[in-house]
Write a protein that binds this ligand. Structure first.
Ligand code: KIV
Length: 295
């Protein structure tokens, strides 16, 4: 007899094993209800620090605090049951030293119950990635455009557009692989470079503005749904959620102004007086045993 075990969540090694087997589908997710929907379609959900821009109106990801990542991370873990949940370490919480990174990443994992963390940087993060992985924290790396360093880069600039930049980025990919990362995000980089990296390393590459040749793809959910007002060139809008929301809110406003909402089906009646009492008495009478007389 065989026992069918319930399908458990994807774990970091499951994602690594998908390289060369099947394309890996991922989205960012910041809240429980959308996590529940995406969960059925994605191998992993990333609680990205882009939530600072998408949900909280910051201009960059730099101001995002750890507490915000933990709060949204908990919501996504609660909302999903199948996908691996990966949480971004925000700027300033891991760069200083491997031990600072461990303390903060361990806090993220303990408080949210997520399965992995992501951090930005190649060569400069090699030692930290190794330190975390050796101590039980699965790490997804992130190279190419690293938005947390925007103030040094001078803008959200595509990487590897000229071949003289390639070697440094290929070295980054090799270093994070050898340090033990289970996958690596390649953000906004020339497609042929992303393809070379994908062929060269043993862990899956997850492209965002990279190449269809990557082992998987990720997009910011609000961008691909058509909710974000401004999106980078690499985003395809798979939905038109902003106009759907606008239409729904406009219809609501019209009905409130016309006093047609709420209608009878959306309001509560007062129960007729004594009704529950009468029902109880009728039930009691029906179940009463007839009296038997002694002979
Ligand atoms: O924060 C984020 O949304 C990300 C993706 C761009 C991969 O890191």
């Amino acid at each position: 007899m065989s026992i069918q075990l319930p399908r458990r969540r994807f774990m970091a090694p499951d994602i690594t094993q998908l390289k060369g087997v099947a394309p890996i589908v991922a989205l960012t997710s910041y809240h429980a209800h959308t996590a529940a929907i995406a969960d059925a379609h994605c191998e992993f959900l990333l609680v990205g620090d882009s939530l600072g821009m998408v949900m909280h109106g910051y201009e960059t990801t730099v101001p995002v605090p750890l507490e915000l990542m933990i709060m949204h991370g908990k919501a996504v873990v609660r909302g999903s049951k199948r996908a691996l949940v990966v949480i971004d370490m925000p700027f300033g919480t891991y760069e200083e030293s491997p031990s600072v990174a461990f303390r903060n990443a361990a806090r993220v994992m303990k408080e949210t119950d997520c399965g992995a963390v992501k951090l930005e940087g190649g060569r400069r993060m090699g030692e930290t990635i190794r330190f975390l992985v050796e101590r039980g924290i699965p790490v997804m790396a992130h190279i190419g455009l690293t938005p947390q360093t925007i103030n040094v880069l001078g803008g959200f600039k595509t990487q590897g557009r000229t071949r003289d930049q390639w070697q440094a980025i290929e070295d980054d990919a090799r270093i994070v692989t050898d340090a033990g990362a289970f996958a690596v995000v390649l953000e906004a980089m020339a497609a042929p470079l992303a393809e070379r990296i994908t062929a060269a390393i043993e862990i899956p590459t997850i492209g965002i503005g990279a190449s269809p040749g990557c082992d998987g793809q990720i997009l910011v959910m609000e961008d691909m749904l058509g909710l974000s007002p401004r999106v980078p060139k690499f985003v395809k809008k798979f939905g038109a959620v902003a106009s759907a929301i606008n239409d729904a809110i406009a219809a609501y406003a019209d009905e409130v102004r016309a006093r047609t909402f709420p209608s009878v089906e959306h309001t509560y009646e007062v129960k007729p007086d004594g009704a529950p009492q009468a029902k109880l008495q009728a039930q009691a009478k029906a179940t009463k045993k007839p009296k038997t007389t002694a002979t």
